[in-house]
Design a protein around this ligand. Structure first.
Ligand code: ADP
Ligand code: MG
Length: 406
């Protein structure tokens, strides 16, 4: 199933290239989207995240030309965010970022950042991009685009980036050219993910650790609530500021450096604090999430390696409750999805479920028994429709291979 999906996408990339350039592509690079299994809102606290690559990819097909000109087409993927459109790109390390970034900013940014890191291209190239990572769906189509472009540049230039160099240059591209102040998780997992593995990423040391997740009887269900609540824009900065204020009050830079015992021992001190409009009680809850989420993430990793699925499930539900009650980034629709999964329970094949991504809508991630995955997906979709009146979009995946040349 996953192989067929990939083969179809590759065929699509070839066809699209031929249609636009009238010749055969000769070089191909692919990079996946991702889902975070646990470790939410921990990245900016220097904590742990635990993502895996999913069987959804961006593929770029290319051929070098004998001129300086570089033209890249991308294809409308059925999502209205980006139409079928071409851009011309400059093979220079210091192209100025656009004031209003668009899709081409991700591509130009990645090209420029690759050149800064030592890649050199003898000529321009033509390329065509296709993707089956939903755009703007919280599965990181943006990182899969950046990493696919960087992987292509490696192949075209013969310059191989070492270790964390490639994901970090893609993060630079997203910050500087797309003007998105993202963390490092998406680019790391898309670039360095391995089949049948999740990745424990320490956002302080920026060191990834591959964690085997090879039991074929367990699969991952990604359920998009198809809900995105309007935000005022102050939600994320408010939470970051709360975490920073508590860390500083305890004499640290990052909440990552605070243990749960220490946090609990400082409860009265935090309750007496105020940070702008944010009262002490809220500050304490925000910090309790961030500190507790690191503990849960490490516990889940160990339980996953041990095949202790009951403990894995407990950590996922506890993460969800913490994001709902302490961090307050869930919403009614997402809570329904998690409750529906939970009510199906272990006997019905559900191991655990939680909100994934920034919050206020988006997706849930649910670990399920592979042989029951389709049945569970159907039940969740039906019950969600009944309770919320909306259609959920659901797909099943296993931990996929990260970026590669084809
Ligand atoms: P997410 O990464 O969660 O899917 P983002 O808003 O971070 O959502 O990134 C989506 C943006 O990335 C799109 O609006 C577009 O600019 C760019 N993008 C991602 N994939 C493609 C693609 N295949 N072709 C063109 N642009 C893309
Ligand atoms: Mg993104």
């Amino acid at each position: 199933m996953a192989d067929r999906l990939f083969d179809n996408l590759l065929a699509d990339a070839k066809e699209f290239f031929r249609e636009k350039f009238g010749c055969e592509p000769t070089v191909f690079a692919a990079a996946p989207g991702r889902v975070n299994l646990i470790g939410e809102h921990t990245d900016y606290n220097g904590g742990y995240v635990f993502p895996m690559a999913i069987e959804r990819y961006t593929i770029i097909a290319a051929t070098p030309t004998d001129s300086d000109k570089t033209t890249i087409w991308t294809k409308d993927c059925g999502n209205k965010m980006v139409p079928t459109v071409a851009g011309d790109f400059t093979l220079s390390a210091d192209v100025a970022p656009k004031d209003s970034p668009d899709w081409a900013s991700y591509v130009q940014g990645t090209i420029s950042c690759c050149l800064r890191k030592g890649a050199t291209l003898k000529s321009g190239f033509n390329a065509a991009i296709v993707s089956n990572v939903p755009l703007g769906g919280g599965l990181s189509s943006s990182a899969s685009l950046e990493v696919s472009v960087a992987t292509l540049i490696e192949e075209l230039s013969g310059h191989k980036f070492e270790g964390s160099e490639k994901p970090l240059l893609c993060v630079d591209a997203e910050h500087e050219y797309a003007k998105m102040p993202c963390g490092i998780m998406d680019q790391f997992i898309s670039a360095l993910g391995q089949k049948d593995c999740a990745m424990l990423l320490d956002c302080k040391s920026e060191k990834p650790e591959m964690v085997p997740m090879s039991d074929p009887t367990v699969s991952v269900l990604i359920t998009n609530s198809n809900v995105k609540h309007e935000l005022t824009g102050s939600e994320y900065p408010e939470r970051r500021a709360a975490c920073k204020a508590v860390a500083e009050a305890l004499g640290r830079k990052l909440l990552r450096e605070v243990s749960m015992d220490e946090l609990l021992a400082s409860k009265d001190k935090i309750l007496a604090m105020k940070n702008g409009e944010i009262v002490g009680e809220t500050l304490f809850k925000r910090a309790r999430h961030a500190v507790g989420e690191d503990v849960r993430t490490l516990k889940m990793k160990d339980a996953l390696v041990a095949g202790d699925w009951a403990t894995v499930g407990e950590q996922m539900y506890a993460s969800h409750e913490s994001l709902r009650d302490d961090y307050e980034v869930s919403c009614k629709e997402i809570d329904e999805l998690v409750e529906i999964a939970r009510s199906i329970g272990p006997d019905g094949g559900v191991i655990g479920s939680r909100i994934t991504g920034g919050g206020f809508g988006g997706c849930t991630v649910t670990l399920v028994r592979t042989d029951k995955a389709d049945e569970i997906a159907k039940k969740i979709a039906q019950e969600y429709k009944a309770r919320v009146g909306k259609d959920a979009t659901i797909f099943v995946t296993r931990p996929a291979q990260g970026a590669r040349v084809l």
